[in-house]
Write a protein that binds this ligand. Structure first.
Ligand SMILES: NC(=O)c1ccc[n+]([C@@H]2O[C@H](COP(=O)([O-])OP(=O)(O)OC[C@H]3O[C@@H](n4cnc5c(N)ncnc54)[C@H](O)[C@@H]3O)[C@@H](O)[C@H]2O)c1
Ligand SMILES: CC(C)=CCC/C(C)=C/C=C/C(C)=C/C=C/C(C)=C/C=C/C=C(C)/C=C/C=C(C)/C=C/C=C(\C)CCC=C(C)C
Length: 512
């Protein structure tokens, strides 16, 4: 019986339909878990509520443009080491993707006309900073060099589940110095390291935004381990854009999953995780049907998992504690634009960050992020046109309680403000617009099924680095979480790690 048939006929709790693992959601975290398990020979089923896989790393087509749902700045496609987790996840199921290397990770347009490019070449980047901040040049080098220490520890070892004692013992004997290095950095945040070497408040603000653009919190709240990955891998494996768009990653993982004998079912919204005697044993779908598995994995956010898919009144105390420490980050107001190619002068970089006032960095609509993926893959837009994806943090609370007309008017008004600000880096943008789709936190919640459209968890206050981020097992036996509300947090490479770790832990629990 096919999975579709199972879902449609309602066959349930029958040995023939018992999977080793059911994965709720086909974000990159869910798909890496699924492919890793299928590659090990497990019987795996992925249930996705939407029409296509990928979640935040999905795509949509409009008027000849292929838009990435999320940002287009992709880590994890390096060719060497162990931290190239997207390359490795695809290879594990016989897949690969052609990528285009980006020579500059991001160009910052900051207050006081501070304009900085993060070049792929590390020395060129440091040189650029030394020109802007000659007094701090040596401290800046020491700071980024310390981030490399973290990265070199990670990049020396297999990256698997820290909840599996056998693995921990093995890596410790294979790489004792790297393990001890990582233990040292696990409780630390970037701000502590930066202030060891840098005193100039403007440079410290620059380090804040270096963190903010991917962690959505300033340096003091950003775990050093994650910064070690981001600040070094951009110069090591580099930022590489998948040809055909970010959506290719999920498409290829699905094709690898199916080749390895796993299955995926779309338009299958899980409404409930079924428990028996406190143990997760299956899932119930929106059509009322149930499916059973030895292990259940949720790629939905922790808030959705423990407040929607399980009864909130029965939330384990561990989860309650986690919620006291972490809150939902804001979602985004996003503009997916199609523009006349003449809007972008020769030599325009692919990723930009615009901030006019330092005090606004963390405010809603303070920092604007821009991705222009067609500079790397022109096939994503009609001839003579480019895609500009501009987005800025925005809270759900600012978009609730509006009538449809008010909602539409507010979207257009806020989009107008963003477009006017973007004119500073792209003069003529308004005049060159060919297409515009405006997304709000409501859009993100609706299409991605993420609580309040959140980008992921952020610490409520300064926490000891990554020490409080939960791994994949949960307090509910048989239930695992994967994705950005598990260690080490947001980011495609980060959720890919979470997928590797989750599959490794489950395989051990299944005795595979
Ligand atoms: N670097 C970048 O530019 C970039 C781009 C895109 C995404 N990202 C990262 O990807 C991360 C998210 O990845 P992820 O794996 O955690 O999750 P995700 O949110 O992307 O995917 C979760 C999937 O689960 C599905 N889902 C949710 N609830 C469901 C239910 N009840 N039943 C069935 N399906 C359900 C959703 O439709 C979605 O496809 C983000 O943190 C973001 O940083 C990064
Ligand atoms: C044995 C003993 C003694 C000990 C042991 C220890 C150990 C082994 C430890 C370990 C650890 C580990 C493994 C860890 C890991 C980690 C990891 C993997 C991490 C990762 C991370 C990553 C990240 C964070 C990433 C991120 C990224 C992102 C988020 C991105 C984003 C982007 C965006 C949003 C864009 C924007 C911008 C523009 C557009 C401009």
């Amino acid at each position: 019986m096919t999975v579709s048939a199972i879902a449609e006929t309602g066959a349930s709790f029958d040995d023939r339909t018992t999977f080793d693992a059911i994965i709720i959601g086909s974000g990159i975290g869910g798909l890496v878990t699924a492919t890793q398990l299928a590659a090990k020979g497990a019987k795996v089923l992925v249930l996705e509520r939407y029409l296509i896989p990928g979640g935040s790393a999905g795509y949509f087509d409009r008027q000849g443009y292929r838009f990435d749902v999320g940002a287009s700045m992709i880590f994890g496609f390096g060719k060497q080491g162990t931290t190239n987790l997207l390359t490795r996840a695809l290879a594990a199921v016989g897949e690969s993707i052609e990528t285009v290397a980006d020579a500059v990770q991001v160009q910052y347009h900051l207050p006081n006309n501070l304009d900085i490019k993060v070049h792929r070449d590390y020395e060129q980047f440091l040189q650029e900073l030394a020109t802007k901040f000659p007094q701090s040049a040596s401290g800046i080098r020491k700071f980024y060099d310390e981030c490399w220490k973290v990265f070199n520890c990670l990049n020396a070892m297999d990256l698997l589940s820290l909840e599996e004692l056998g693995y921990l013992t093995r890596v410790f004997f294979q790489h004792p110095a790297s393990c001890l290095g990582l233990v040292k950095y696990l409780p630390s945040n970037v701000g502590d390291i930066a202030r060891k070497y840098i005193q100039d408040p403007e440079v410290l603000k620059f380090i804040d935004i270096e963190c903010y653009i991917w962690s959505v919190v300033p340096a003091d709240m950003t775990p050093t381990i994650n910064a070690g990955m981001v600040f070094s891998d951009r110069h090591y494996g580099g930022i590489n854009y998948p040809k055909g768009g970010v959506g290719q990653i999920a498409q290829k993982l699905v094709s690898g999953l199916e080749k390895a004998g796993g299955q995926i079912h779309y338009q299958s919204r899980v409404t409930k995780i079924v428990t028996e005697g406190g143990r997760a044993v299956g899932v119930e779908l929106a059509n009322g049907k149930t499916l059973r598995a030895k292990k259940i994995v949720s790629n939905a956010t922790r808030w959705d998992t423990f407040e929607q898919l399980l009864p909130p009144a029965e939330m384990p105390s561990k989860e309650r504690k986690w919620q006291e420490r972490y809150q939902k980050s804001p979602a985004f107001l996003s503009l997916h634009l199609g523009v006349d190619a003449r809007v972008l002068p020769e030599g325009t970089e692919c990723h930009h960050v615009l901030l006019e006032e330092w005090t606004q960095m963390e405010q809603p609509e303070g920092t604007i992020f821009v991705s222009i993926p067609t500079l790397l893959d022109p096939s994503l837009a009609p001839e003579g046109h480019h895609i500009i994806h501009a987005f800025t943090p925005s809270w759900m609370s600012d978009w609730q309680g509006l009538s449809p007309t008010e909602y539409q008017a507010k979207k257009e008004e806020r989009a107008g403000v963003l477009l006017d600000r973007l004119e500073r880096i792209f003069p003529g943008l308004n005049a060159g617009l060919d297409f515009m789709e405006i997304g709000t936190p409501r859009t993100h919640r609706r299409f991605l099924g993420r609580a309040d459209g959140s980008y992921g968890p952020i610490p409520r206050r300064k926490l000891p680095g990554l020490l409080n981020m939960p791994f994949n097992r949960t307090a509910v036996p048989g239930l695992y979480c994967v994705g950005d509300s598990t260690f080490p947090g947001q980011g495609l490479n980060a959720v890919a790690f979470s997928g590797f770790a989750c599959a490794h832990r489950i395989a051990a629990d299944l005795g595979m």
